[in-house]
Design a protein around this ligand. Structure first.
Ligand code: UGA
Length: 436
């Protein structure tokens, strides 16, 4: 099928390449000429495992191209909208400027029977409004939220765990759902659930999923706070409750909490939208989820201060990690960098290292010092804090070797990802979050 993908950021670039990899003829469109140039040369503008490979394959096979010209969308059967919906400046609500601009630009190129498939994360009610704008063209709007995780984006797009299509009632909606089923044929044929619903439900599925995940993380971090005053071990607690299949162990990783371009802004936008709808109290707990999450960053800073007898002045602290999670160079709302800034603000000489995110971090945080080399970051450190659980720090870092590099073998495990027994055996003072 001929497809267009409008917006070639994280979501759109991966979607375009993944759709080409399953055989469609795809054009990716973005207003950012630099991004388009990079993608046209099969260069991923961000770190995402597997993306370069499918970009190269798609471009070489003649199935994938990128352009800044929105007119290239004309003739595609389905137009995916994958632009960003960041948090508004000075507010919690989502900024829909890019979605509105994409729809406005696309409208002149739509033909009767086309399907416009919205993938961006939007406040409930947006699809209804956009559908009215599109209606005169004879195209049909479908809301088709995306659930990909950064670091696993290619796999999540090609083999999603579910597909959701919010459609208008009536034959146009059913026809549009069938077209979307064809787009995702390989996944649908292999049994991936394909849920056809209304716009509001489709929009809410997305924000509800992220709100639930954020709540799960903050729940276990709240338990970590209780563990800290009782001597309990939150990791064992998570293991034990996680055996209950109704609860499940995933997303019960206590530590410095969630960040990134999705969970934090999505729970805030959800709260803001619920308040507009007169139902703020229904999701009032999300404010608490946010507050617990942000407290954990402060707690991690305090743990370093306490470990260094109350002062960071002229102390070198090695911060291992900058990305909001491993397998990503994304530093949006990264807890790792918040911790680094907090330590620096208290007078520490902070050296941050990361396998993928240093360039992004150095651009956004010129006040911090960076080392590309892990050993250089560790050299002479008075304390080490692990804030992103890259394998390089978790699995591949030998605590005996690391102990020989630092001045003072103190490690704060901000992701509860180190083997406490091995680190202690190597002579380290090991401090986990919510662990004795
Ligand atoms: C999240 C959702 O997981 C995706 O399903 C969704 O599609 C995406 O947002 C989106 O809306 O686009 P992502 O932001 O890539 O995906 O990252 P996650 O894997 O969810 O991790 C979010 C944060 O939670 C990270 O900072 C991670 O370190 C933290 N986290 C995760 C924990 O602190 N503990 C855990 O147990 C799990």
């Amino acid at each position: 099928m001929r497809l267009s993908v409008i917006g070639c950021g994280y979501l759109g670039a991966v979607h375009a390449a993944a759709m080409a990899s399953i055989g469609h003829d795809v054009v990716g469109i973005d207003v950012d000429a630099n991004k388009i140039e990079a993608l046209s040369n099969a260069r991923a503008p961000f770190f995402e495992p597997g993306l370069t490979e499918i970009l190269t394959e798609g471009i070489n096979a003649g199935k994938l191209r990128f352009t800044t010209d929105i007119a290239a969308a004309a003739g595609a059967a389905v137009h995916f909208i994958g632009v960003g919906t960041p948090q508004q400046r000075g507010g919690d609500a989502a900024d829909l400027t890019f979605v509105d601009a994409a729809i406005d630009a696309l409208i002149p190129h739509l033909q009767p029977g086309d399907v416009v498939a919205g993938k961006s994360t939007v406040p409930v009610g947006t699809a209804e409004r956009l559908a009215k704008r599109i209606a005169p063209t004879g195209a049909t709007l479908v809301w088709n939220p995306e659930f990909l995780r950064e670091g696993w984006a290619v796999q999540d797009t090609i083999e999603p765990d579910r597909l959701v299509a919010g459609v208008p009632s009536g034959p146009d909606g059913l026809r549009a759902a069938d077209i979307l089923r064809d787009v995702y044929h390989p996944a649908v044929a292999s049994g991936t659930p394909f849920i056809v619903t209304d716009y509001a439900t489709a929009e809410l599925v997305k924000v509800a999923a992220n709100a639930f995940l954020a709540t799960k993380i903050s729940f276990i971090n709240a338990m970590a706070e209780i563990a800290e005053v009782t001597g309990a071990d939150v990791t064992q607690l998570a293991d034990a409750i996680g055996h209950d299949v109704r609860i499940g162990r995933r997303f019960l990783g206590a530590g410095i909490g969630f960040g990134g371009g999705c969970l934090p802004k999505d729970i805030r936008a959800f709260s803001a939208r619920a308040e507009e709808l007169g139902r703020g109290e229904s999701v009032a707990f999300l404010r608490e989820v946010d507050a617990i999450n942000l407290r954990r960053r402060e707690r991690a800073v305090q743990m370093v201060v306490d470990a260094l007898d109350g002062t960071l002045f002229e102390k070198k602290v090695a911060v291992l990690g900058a990305a909001f999670k491993p397998h990503s160079d994304d530093i949006r709302d990264s807890p790792a960098l918040d911790v680094a800034v907090g330590l620096k603000g208290l007078g520490a000489h902070v050296v941050v290292t990361d396998p993928a995110a240093i360039d992004n971090a150095a651009r956004a945080y010129p006040q911090l010092s960076f080392a590309r080399d892990l050993d250089e970051a560790l050299a002479g450190a008075d304390a080490v804090i692990v804030v992103t659980e890259w394998d390089a720090y978790r699995r591949d870092l030998d605590p005996v070797r690391a102990a020989a590099l630092v001045s003072n073998p103190i490690v704060v495990d901000g992701r509860n990802c180190l083997d406490a027994v091995a680190w202690r055996a190597a002579g380290w003072t090991y401090l986990g979050m919510g662990r004795p």
